[in-house]
Design a protein around this ligand. Structure first.
Ligand code: PEP
Ligand code: MG
Length: 899
């Protein structure tokens, strides 16, 4: 910690940002490289922190230091604060380490007084300007430092303009403004009960204090929370000699960017106002003029500004956002900072800066925010829409969707297929809803989190999804949705913004995805430097092709269960589940086999030459059956209709059919018998904790015929596509292994089936396992004896390590935890480094101990999260696998991790 709290501008530089704040360091750096800036000094962030720690009182010596630096500034400028002759006026501005535009306070024109206003007028030869500066000071100081409500001053100003019959502030003359100063002072006295201090040094002390305090104002606190800025950094305070853009026609103030921050194009971009001070541009009192017009109004200053913009961009090697003032023909820069920009602009800017030789490729990659690429890969809301959201949920899958509200998957599938744009709105989706999800433009759920079914499926398909919008009340019976007092019916159109989580009533305008040349070029640079491989999670040929287009180097996870959910498959899958003997089950599996084979053929063909990891069936069987409660209700309804409750509760098909025949054999009775039969099976298969139940390898060992069917389909598909000239790279993956013996036994089934199918035909394939249970990570060495590769399933591994349900937590306590800061980040979105990350590390090490060089990746949702990708690279995994649309993000994140 430094032993001083105040630095002259001449002592600062760009790398002192933590101490001097962004603005202080930026202005000092500009001065250092010879860009014209006003003189001044900076009170450090450490001073603000020290004052915060002392409950607002200043640390010893701080005021003396400020006074000493003020004295020195007066010496350098030959001017004095508040003096009648050659008065010094200063601005007092906040300046945090991370820019928080407009969130904290600023006081301009400090040092003006009844004495110095005369001197200022004489010097400028412009009494109006001097009195305008004075009234601005009283107004700003009164508001910011003494807490007088803004409207109290604005009302007086409006009243005066009305009396004078003028519309613009600039139409008031010096005498009007002189009167206004007196009025403003009286207004302040009314509100504070005392006169404003007249000693400018006392005003300075109070102003610095007010800027410190503005770090803690509610809007700054909200901004910090939204942008992940720590609360304990404090702000610096910059005290700089005033330069005046309001001295008449030879003066101006403005803001500009060195390139267009929307498109990235190298062109003039900015606005200015003649005869104005900075806040006039921002406040929208007068309409600023496009920067290009400055060329005719103030040609010399304009030329100098262009040269300075160029210089600053070269110096920082990045797009700059600049504030400037022209004081009676002389240009001053007041601030320069890295300009915020769209994803499209970010790519174009770095690409062109590399082409221009300003930065190298590594620097370019470091500049980019991988998460921002998401903006480009989905249709997005037109940024200028200006609408207010109806409600908000989690931004579960990015992009925007517009469509009519539909409350059930079947209708969504029907209307969607018929070409209507629909949005599926559900309490929560389940695998049964898949057809509706596919046919919908987007998905909105009232319940569930970032890894809920709806979220994962939607992301996988690149479909916008807002999940867990808790304010939605879905009235399925009334076929409507309530959001507060707003009622949406199935005829209403809504717009989802999956990038932000906002939900809007009506149809808002969209802009299409933008995979541009810049995108391709910059991601090519990323591929040149990254070590980590990037694969995709894809379940269809179409997704596989999309993933390949986006740069995937194979499929790291093909979830086969989704294939069983298609409307033509589900009845056969149910038959298979309900089969009463091996023969009936085998018959159902025989019917599924060619369908499954066709699925794999498409995928192998799309990924020819690249590895494809196919996971054997994972979810518990009841997921393919109707919901227990819904089925019970159906049975009840049918019972009411039939008026007979004597149907059997258990038994074989024959028992139920026998009852139906005996009960009269009507259609409804037959339906009741079937519904009862299904209900019995749903009951039999239902588990209290299905995610910890009969799923994954457990299910496969219980019903090896299912796995065998899948392996057969894989073998036949591989042979078929190879015969057609493709090059399939087959990887078979076993889910939810916890004991090495499970994998050993499963391998026997897989290898035996493969041998049978291939009948001597050479087809290389490997068998590996998911590591998604803590035990599996801990005994990874033993498991590796039977596994040729590992794929860490960090979704289940997070769920089982933390003991937090991936489907329920985010709507409830985890959200509260995140808000209260009990946990810093959502562990289902960004890997829990210390817990789950450590298990991945241990699992990899132990696995490789038993099998050196064991190939290993991650296929949980974390594979597309930049912070998690960095950890996986660090640990030494071979690849990550993520949704196709996150592949570019992972490519960039993997590259950045090596820099
Ligand atoms: C996982 O658990 O991380 C995984 C990829 O499998 P799933 O999400 O299908 O359970
Ligand atoms: Mg899993």
């Amino acid at each position: 910690m430094s032993d001083r709290y105040v630095y002259d501008l001449a002592e600062g530089r760009a790398d002192m940002r933590a101490l001097l704040g962004g603005k202080g360091a930026g202005v000092a750096e500009m001065r250092r490289i010879g860009v014209p800036v006003p003189d001044g000094f900076t009170v450090t962030t450490a001073a603000c922190v020290a004052a915060m720690e002392r409950g607002g009182s200043w640390p010893d010596g701080l005021w003396d230091e400020v006074v000493a630096h003020l004295d020195a500034l007066e010496g350098r400028t030959g001017r004095r604060l508040g003096a009648r002759e050659r008065p010094l006026l200063v601005s007092v501005r906040s300046g945090a380490v991370f820019s928080m535009p407009g969130m904290m306070d600023t006081i301009l024109n400090l040092g003006i007084s009844d004495d110095s206003v005369e001197g200022l007028a004489a010097e400028a030869g412009n009494a109006r300007f001097a009195w305008d500066s004075y009234r601005r000071f009283v107004q700003m100081y009164g508001e910011v430092v003494e807490g007088v409500p803004a409207h109290a001053f604005a009302d007086e100003l409006d009243a005066l303009k009305a009396r004078r019959g003028v519309a613009q502030d600039t139409d008031l003359d010096a005498d009007d403004l002189r009167g206004l100063v007196a009025t403003f002072r009286a207004v302040a006295r009314q509100h504070t009960g005392e006169d404003l201090p007249t000693d400018p040094r006392e005003q300075l002390r109070r102003s610095v204090d007010a800027v410190f305090a503005s770090w803690g104002n509610p809007r700054a606190a909200v901004y910090r929370k939204a942008n992940g800025i720590p609360d304990d950094l404090g702000t610096a305070v910059n005290v700089m000699q005033m330069v005046f853009g309001n001295k008449g026609a030879t003066s101006a103030t403005g803001v500009c960017f060195t390139r267009n921050p929307s498109t990235g194009a190298k062109e003039l971009y900015g606005e200015f106002l003649v005869d104005a001070q900075g806040e006039d541009v921002v406040a929208g009192i007068r309409t600023p003029r496009p920067l290009a017009e400055m060329e005719t109004v103030l040609p010399d200053a304009f030329r100098e500004l262009l040269a300075t913009m160029d210089r600053l961009e070269q110096h920082y090697g990045d797009l700059q956002d600049i504030e400037f003032t022209v004081d009676d023909g002389t240009l001053y820069l007041l601030q320069t900072r890295t300009g915020k920009r769209t994803a499209q602009a970010a790519l174009r800017v770095v690409r062109e800066l590399v082409d221009e030789g300003v930065i190298d490729r590594d620097t370019a990659l470091r500049r980019l925010d991988p998460a921002q690429l998401d903006q480009l890969l989905h249709p997005a809301l037109d940024p200028g829409h200006g609408a207010t959201p109806l409600t908000r949920g989690l931004n579960a899958s990015p992009g925007a969707a517009v469509g009519r509200v539909v409350l059930d998957a079947e209708t969504a599938a029907e209307r969607g297929k018929a070409g209507e744009a629909v949005v599926l709105v559900r309490w929560e989706t389940n695998p049964d809803d898949i057809a509706g999800v596919i046919a919908a433009q987007g998905v909105l759920t009232a319940h569930g989190g970032m890894t809920s079914h709806a979220a994962v499926v939607a992301r996988g398909m690149g479909k916008p999804c807002v999940a867990g919008a808790g304010a939605l009340r879905i009235d399925t019976e009334g076929r409507r949705v309530l959001v507060g007092d707003h009622v949406l019916t199935e005829d209403d159109t809504i717009t989802l913004d999956g990038t932000t989580g906002d939900v809007y009533a009506g149809a808002l305008p969209l802009v299409p995805p933008q995979v541009t040349d810049d995108f391709r070029a910059v991601l090519g640079w990323a591929d040149d430097v990254r070590r980590l491989g990037v694969r995709a999670n894809a379940d269809t040929g179409e997704d596989a092709a999309k993933a390949r287009e986006l740069g995937a180097e194979g499929i790291g996870l093909c979830r086969t269960e989704h294939m069983f959910m298609a409307p033509d498959r589900l009845p056969v899958v149910r038959e298979m589940i309900l089969a009463e003997d091996d023969a009936a089950r085998a018959a159902a599996l025989d019917r599924l086999l060619p369908m499954q084979q066709a699925d794999f053929e498409e995928i192998f063909a799309a990924m020819s030459g690249l590895p494809v990891t196919i996971r054997l069936l994972d979810p518990p069987l009841h997921e393919f059956l109707p919901d227990l409660v819904e089925q019970s209700l159906l049975v009840q309804r049918l019972e009411d209709e039939v008026g007979d409750t004597g149907a059997p509760l258990h038994g074989t098909d024959a028992v139920f059919e026998g009852w139906a025949a005996a009960a009269g054999g009507g259609e409804t009775t037959a339906r009741l018998a079937r519904a009862r039969r299904l209900l019995a099976q749903v009951r039999r298969l239902s588990e209290t904790n299905p995610m910890l139940g009969t799923r994954g390898v457990r299910l496969a060992l219980l019903h090896p015929q299912i796995a065998a069917m899948q392996v057969r389909a894989i073998a036949r598909a591989a042979l078929a596509v190879r015969a057609a000239g493709h090059d399939p790279h087959v990887e078979i993956m076993v889910p939810l292994v916890g004991f090495s013996e499970e994998l050993r036994r499963m391998r026997e089934v897989v290898d035996a089936t493969m041998a049978e199918e291939l009948a001597g035909e050479p087809l290389p394939y490997v068998v590996g396992t998911m590591i998604e249970l803590p035990r599996a990570a801990l005994v990874a060495d033993r498991i590796a004896e039977h596994a040729e590769f590992f794929s860490f399933g960090t979704n289940d591994l997070t769920q089982t390590t933390l003991g937090i349900s991936r489907d329920d937590a985010e709507g409830s306590f985890l959200t509260a935890y995140l808000e209260a800061g009990v946990v810093g980040t959502n562990p289902f979105a960004t890997i829990d480094r210390d817990g789950v990350g450590e298990l991945v590390h241990v699992g990899l090490e132990r696995g490789r101990r038993a099998r050196p060089g064991l190939h290993a990746g991650v296929c949980g949702e974390h594979g597309g999260d930049p912070a998690s990708v960095a950890l996986f690279d660090e640990i030494g995994l071979d690849y990550v696998s993520c949704s196709p649309y996150r592949v570019p993000i992972a490519r960039l994140a993997a590259a950045r991790s090596t820099l």
